[in-house]
Design a binder for this molecule. Structure first.
Ligand code: FAD
Length: 389
C-alpha cells in the first residue's frame, strides 16, 4: 500500500493541502480514476460491481494508510456517491439496481447529491412536503430541496418525497433515484459566509423519473433514509481522529510560531484540545471494534458525530484567538472544502483557519444538529423519556 501511494502520488507531496486550491479539483478527478482502476475507490465493495473485494479490516487499514500521508480516498461527491447512496444501494437495492448504479457511480458517470432537507423540513425530516405522484410509468415530482451540497456538481439526486399524504407522515415517504439533467430540475447556488457556494437550492417542477427508480418499497422510504443517515463507514472512525490530530499538530505549530504557546491560558486550551483528540481516537477504536464484529452503525453514530463536531468548534475558536488580529484579514490559501478539517498538509495561513472556523459551525448542523444527536443519545441509547413534541 505504501508503495502504491509513493508510486502514484506526485513526487512532491505534502497532502492535498499542499496544492493550490485551484488545482485540487483537477487533481481529485485524476486521482479518483487512478483509485478506480486499482479497485481502491470502494475497497470493501464486491468486485463484481467494481469494488476492491477487501474485508472490512483490510479496507480500514487501507483508509488509515491514505490518511497518514494525506492522500484523498475519492472526489468531492464521494461522500454522497460511496459513503451514502452506494452503501445504501448495496443494502437495499435490487440486483438490477446494484448492477446498474454501482459501476456507473464508481466510474464517475453518475455523480450524486442528497435531496433530503427542505425549507420546512430539516431536523424534522418526516415533515417533508416534496410531492411525487405516479403518472403511468413515471413519477412526477414537485417541490423544493435545500442545502444540497455539491448539487451543482451532480447529475443524480437521491430524493425523499411524499408519495402518499393520507398515510401517517413517516409512512407516506418514498426514496427516489432521480436524474438531474432534465428541464424540471433547477439548481440555484447559495452563497456562504466565506463567499463560496458549496450548497444549493433544488427546485423540482414536474420533474420525472421512471417508476422503477424507487429504492426500497413505495411509501417505505423512511427505513431506507434511516439506513443512509446511520451509515457511517467503519473506516471513517479510524480516519477522522487522524485528520483531527493532523489539524491539532498544525495548531500547536501555529501557537509556537506566534509565541502564543507562552500564554498560560492558551497553553491550557491547547492541552484541552489535545485531550479531546485523544478521546476521539479511543471513541473511534470503540466504533471500529463494534463495526468489525458485524455491528452496523445505528444511534451510537450520534456519539461520534456530536463529539467531533463540538470539538471542532472549540479548536477553531482557539486557532482564531491564536491568530489574533490576523484573523480579521484572512490571507493565503482557503480550504477547498467546508466538511470537517482543512485538507491535510494545508499551510498555516490565516485563510485556512478562518475558513475552517466557518466550516466548523456547519459541522454541528449537517448530518443532524448537536441538539438532535443529544436527543438520539438520550432517548434511543440511555432510554430517557421522549422529549415533549
Ligand atoms: C454545511 C451543510 C451541508 C448540508 N448538506 C445537505 C445536503 O447535502 N443535503 C441535505 O438534504 N441537507 C443538507 N444540509 C441540511 C441539514 O441536514 C439541515 O440543516 C439540518 O438537518 C438541520 O435542519 P434545519 O437547518 O432546517 O434546522 P432546524 O431543524 O430548523 O433547526 C433549527 C434549530 O432548532 C433545533 N432543533 C430542531 N428540532 C429540535 C428538537 N427536536 N430538539 C431540540 N432542538 C431542536 C436545531 O438543533 C437547531 O438548532 C446541510 C447543512 C449544512 C449546514
Amino acid at each position: 500500500m505504501a508503495a502504491f501511494l509513493t508510486e502514484r502520488l506526485p513526487d512532491v507531496w505534502s497532502g492535498l493541502g499542499g496544492l493550490p486550491t485551484a488545482e485540487v479539483a483537477p487533481f481529485l478527478d485524476q486521482w479518483r480514476k487512478t483509485l478506480h482502476q486499482a479497485g481502491m475507490l470502494a475497497p470493501s465493495w464486491p468486485k463484481q460491481f467494481g469494488g476492491g473485494g477487501l474485508s472490512h479490516l483490510e479496507s480500514i487499514i487501507l483508509a488509515e494508510e491514505f490518511a497518514k500521508v494525506g492522500a484523498p480516498t475519492g472526489g468531492f461527491n464521494d461522500v454522497f456517491n460511496i459513503g451514502m447512496i452506494g452503501n445504501t444501494l448495496l443494502q437495499w437495492g435490487t440486483d438490477e439496481q446494484k448492477a446498474h448504479y454501482i459501476p456507473k457511480l464508481l466510474a464517475g458517470e453518475h455523480v450524486w447529491c442528497q435531496g433530503f432537507s427542505e425549507p420546512d423540513a430539516g431536523s424534522d425530516l418526516a415533515g417533508l412536503a416534496c410531492r411525487a405522484v405516479l403518472d403511468g410509468d413515471e413519477w412526477v415530482i414537485n417541490g423544493q430541496k435545500i442545502w444540497t451540497t455539491y448539487g451543482h456538481l451532480a447529475n443524480y439526486i437521491f430524493l425523499l418525497v411524499r408519495s402518499d399524504p393520507t398515510l401517517p407522515r413517516h409512512k407516506g415517504i418514498t426514496f427516489l433515484l432521480v436524474p438531474m439533467d432534465q428541464p424540471g430540475i433547477e439548481v440555484r447556488p447559495i452563497e456562504m459566509l466565506s463567499g463560496d457556494s458549496e450548497f444549493n437550492e433544488v427546485f423540482l417542477t414536474d420533474a420525472r423519473c421512471p417508476k422503477e427508480n424507487v429504492l426500497g418499497a413505495v411509501n417505505g422510504g423512511w427505513a431506507v433514509a434511516m439506513t443512509l443517515l446511520g451509515y457511517e463507514r467503519g473506516e471513517a472512525a479510524a480516519v477522522v481522529p487522524i485528520r483531527f490530530r493532523e489539524e491539532f499538530d498544525r495548531l500547536a505549530r501555529l501557537a509556537r510560531s506566534t509565541g502564543a504557546n507562552q500564554d498560560p491560558t492558551i497553553r491550557t486550551r491547547i492541552a484541552d484540545c489535545y485531550t479531546r483528540v485523544e478521546i476521539m481516537r479511543y471513541l473511534g477504536m470503540r466504533t471500529l471494534t463494534a463495526y468489525l464484529t458485524g455491528h452496523e452503525p445505528g444511534p451510537d453514530a450520534a456519539i461520534t458525530k456530536l463529539y467531533w463536531s463540538e470539538y471542532h468548534k472549540v479548536v477553531t475558536e482557539l486557532a482564531l484567538d491564536i491568530l489574533g488580529a490576523a484573523a480579521m484579514t484572512p490571507e493565503g490559501r482557503w480550504p477547498s472544502t467546508s466538511i470537517q478539517t482543512d485538507d491535510p498538509g494545508a499551510p498555516d495561513d490565516s485563510a485556512s483557519w478562518v475558513g475552517t472556523f466557518y466550516a466548523a459551525r456547519g459541522g454541528t448542523i449537517y448530518a443532524g444538529t448537536s441538539q438532535v444527536q443529544r436527543n438520539i443519545i438520550g432517548e434511543r441509547m440511555l432510554g430517557l423519556p421522549k422529549e415533549p413534541g
